[in-house]
Design a binder for this molecule. Sequence first.
Ligand SMILES: Nc1ncnc2c1ncn2[C@@H]1O[C@H](COP(=O)(O)OP(=O)(O)O)[C@@H](O)[C@H]1O
Ligand SMILES: [Mg+2]
Length: 245
Amino acid sequence: MPLLEISNLSAAYGTYKVLENINLSMERGEVVSLIGSSGSGKSTLLRVLMGLLKPNQGQVTIDSQAVNYGSRASLKGIRDRMAIVFQQYNLFQNMDVLRNVTIAPVEIKKRPKADVEREAKAILDRVGLSAKLKSYPDQLSGGQQQRVAIARALALKPEILLLDEVTAALDPELVNEVLDVVGQLAGEGITMLIVSHEMSFVRKVSSKVVMMDKGQVVEIGTPEQIFENPQEARTKEFVSKILRH
Ligand SMILES: Nc1ncnc2c1ncn2[C@@H]1O[C@H](COP(=O)(O)OP(=O)(O)O)[C@@H](O)[C@H]1O
Ligand SMILES: [Mg+2]
């Protein structure tokens, strides 16, 4: 039984159809990567899943429970089960690292502060930041800040972690420290839906790669199938372009 199942999902910005008939499923522990040109709808798909844009057709089920994107209670349920990290890390500049990671579980989820802090310290250790608990965002590199943002998402104990180009804003020498953390989380069995242009990373961590184009899923396969033996013309073209250098 898939943890996440997306069926015939469509969405629009006004009259502009941005996602058309998306079908995709993910098992628990899988890492699925979305690839495709800029504007193909990858971010929009993550936004729809998080309830940030209402779909106009189709269904999403988590653990066989249908999500009702029109209902506040159902949306709240979604945000208990999925967390998203964006390219821009958006940390609270006036709070130290530990507070950035603990504030949502304590203030929004009303969990006991001592428990949350203990868990947050363990998570920050996993992302290699146990020495930075008292640092403020402007005292950290971009890679460290993005790792705080990942820790903040993990502190919400999501069943599925969504990552939208989390290394795209980083200087090249900081990309690997973030990808290493994401790769480690994959190894720990965290279920992730990833958008990334780091193709060698996508190839290494993904159980499935989803090629998107013009708001549609063009092809789904293992990394080997997509990168070495793509079947669809649009996948062939995309893969040949990105692997040329
Ligand atoms: N807020 C918005 N309003 C209108 N159109 C948008 C908005 N956000 C994205 N789009 C359009 O939707 C399409 C898909 O965008 P997006 O999901 O961001 O693609 P990707 O993440 O694959 O680059 C693009 O044509 C983009 O211009
Ligand atoms: Mg995007």
